[in-house]
Ligand binder design. Structure first.
Ligand code: HEC
Length: 124
């Protein structure tokens, strides 16, 4: 009886780990195409420590004018807008109707968006 209870508990833990990983794998799949989660740069800038940092301030060389001149801080509110519709967000953040970003809109929402935000917070 006791052993089987332990087995069930272990199975539950194993399952939650697997599921957790698969969620993060989903996040990685979408951002990893263009972003390193450390300090290296790919098509886009490395995302290490991105939450709480000032926009456009890594040593990545290819920032758009809008991001470079940005000046906002990547708090949760900005990040949610950025990952829901970056095209619209960049206009709002800069106050410039002609502002553009080279990052394609990610259109994240709901649970997936929450997971990505949590993931980004963990990139320290
Ligand atoms: C197709 C490539 C591509 C994908 C996919 C992509 N990005 Fe980007 N990302 C970029 C580029 C390019 C920039 C630089 C944009 C600019 O300078 O206007 C950027 C910039 C950023 C920035 C601003 C960084 C800074 O230093 O201020 C953040 C934050 C960001 N991306 C997060 C994400 C997240 C999170 C995902 C996944 C949900 C993602 N990106 C998916 C290409 C991409």
């Amino acid at each position: 009886m006791k052993t089987s209870f332990k087995l069930v508990a272990l199975a539950a833990i194993a399952m939650s780990i697997t599921m957790g990983n698969s969620v993060y794998a989903g996040v990685e799949a979408q951002c990893k195409i263009c972003h390193d989660f450390g300090t290296a740069h790919k098509v886009g800038p490395g995302l290490k420590g991105i939450m709480g940092s000032k926009a456009g301030t890594t040593d990545y060389k290819n920032y758009s004018k809008s991001l470079k001149q940005g000046g906002w801080v990547w708090d949760e509110e900005h990040m949610r807008k950025w990952l829901t519709d970056g095209k619209k967000a960049i206009k709002e953040f800069t106050g410039d109707d002609n502002a553009k970003t080279t990052m394609p809109p990610q259109k994240l929402k709901g649970d997936k968006l929450d997971k990505v935000i949590e993931f980004l917070k963990g990139l320290k």
